[in-house]
Design a protein around this ligand. Structure first.
Ligand code: FNR
Length: 392
């Protein structure tokens, strides 16, 4: 691939191509608060550790003398669209704490690399500014869903996202309250309650939230920023969950595909099919929400067997290299979301750093498939027959 050829001609990358070193390199550049927030996970870290360990349980069996005349095609077909690559940037909040250019740098890099960018409700940049930075890239919006009593705020956010060209809605179901995160608690840190308001850009730029705040507190947002920040944080992390029934409201107010993020059980995946959403993300939030949980890759095959032919299955949690992406796709995911790695790229090199991470993952994936004799990332060629399960 062109990335590899550049390496051979001694053009130095902005930082290493070794993906397992990105975390420690980025950590050196960050404040203790930011480092704890991005690297940290729930409780003892068991779920996050299992996410990584699950990949090593599967191995790719290479085939030989498969005649090829080109590198493999690594496209994806999701949500009725063909996209050039089978990865997307996962929604990650408060990106300005990792680099002053935050979401705008990441959304611009994603567009340049032809990778969809999923914008978080917890972004530190407004919906409209992220859309501008993303230009004609493919962008999707992730919702942290206010309680039913505040449906007018939800409608306002969805309307803004739709108007700004976000074409699909990812609804995160596993974070109606932040998980038990010892790193953040040790640091006395909540990225959304910072006095510089970096975590609450969408709320502070939302007219309906402003009205709501005035009615409830008898003053304008600008008159009490501390209270406004706390109010917005409580609006998007209300502490309690919605029900499957409530999804109807989103279906009425969002014109386009809806994908439910955070699915880990076959039963929930089946309910998602019943209520008529277009996709699910098999995800445990990178092990950041519940401790003692199952690995996300471990539950993927069962969910694919149950609903893979009825709904688009996205996957995340634990992906760090090209072979990890290959394994998740082989187990039936249509597209993988990349979380922490591109944030490490953002911390290490802003827009160029995010581009480097995305290019490195895609170049690695391309050569991994090529050397295993797999000529494309489609299910026809990349499926369970290329994998073997290692003994425990
Ligand atoms: C996240 N994630 C997340 N998910 C979401 O739906 N909305 C959000 O605002 C955030 N914010 C967030 C912040 C940070 C710092 C991290 C690391 C993650 C979860 C994210 O979308 C994804 O599910 C995981 O990051 C995937 O796991 P890996 O790739 O980080 O192992």
């Amino acid at each position: 691939s062109s990335i590899y050829q550049k390496g051979l001609s001694y053009q130095r990358p902005p930082f290493t191509f070794k993906p397992l070193e990105w975390e420690s390199l980025a950590a050196e550049r960050m404040s203790a608060d930011s480092k704890g927030y991005v690297v940290g996970s729930a409780g003892t870290g068991e779920t996050a550790n299992k996410n990584r360990a699950a990949f090593a349980k599967w191995s790719i069996i290479p085939r030989r003398l498969i005649k090829t005349t080109s590198l493999p095609e690594i496209s994806a077909s999701v949500l009725g669209q063909k996209l050039p690559f089978p990865i997307a940037c996962a929604p990650v909040g408060v990106q300005r704490i990792f680099n002053p250019d935050g979401e705008e740098a990441a959304a611009s890099a994603a567009a340049k690399q032809n990778v969809p960018y999923i914008m978080s409700t917890a972004s530190s940049t407004s919906i409209e500014d992220v859309a501008r930075a993303n230009g004609d890239g493919v962008r999707w919006f992730q919702l942290y869903w206010p309680p039913n009593e505040q449906n007018d705020i939800t409608k306002s956010i969805l309307g803004r996202a739709q108007k700004a060209g976000f074409s699909a809605l990812f609804v995160t179901l596993d974070t109606y309250i932040l998980g038990w995160r010892p790193s953040d608690m040790d640091n006395g840190y909540n990225p959304f309650l910072r006095s510089d308001q970096v975590g609450v850009a969408i709320g502070l730029t939302d007219p309906v939230f402003h009205d709501h705040f005035k009615k409830k507190h008898g003053k304008a947002v600008e008159e009490d920023m501390g209270e406004a920040v706390a109010e917005w944080t409580h609006t998007v992390f209300p502490g309690y969950s919605h029900s499957f029934e409530d999804i109807k409201f989103l279906q009425q107010h969002w014109k386009g595909p809806i994908i439910l993020k955070g699915i880990q059980s076959v039963e929930d995946a089946q309910k998602c099919v019943e209520i008529g959403v277009q996709g699910i993300v098999v995800s445990n939030h990178g092990g950041r929400q519940s401790d003692g949980g199952c690995s996300s890759l471990g539950v993927l095959p069962r969910i694919v067997d149950a609903v893979g032919n009825k709904i688009d299955i996205f996957f995340d949690s634990g992906i760090r290299c090209g072979a990890d992406i290959a394994k998740a796709l082989a187990l039936g995911a249509k597209m993988c979301l990349i979380g922490r790695p591109y944030i490490y790229g953002l911390a290490l090199g802003g827009e160029e750093g995010v581009s480097h991470v995305l290019k490195a993952l895609l170049g690695d994936l391309e050569l991994t498939l090529h050397l295993a004799g797999i000529c494309s990332s489609s299910q026809e060629h990349l499926n369970r027959s290329v994998l073997t399960k290692e003994d425990d």
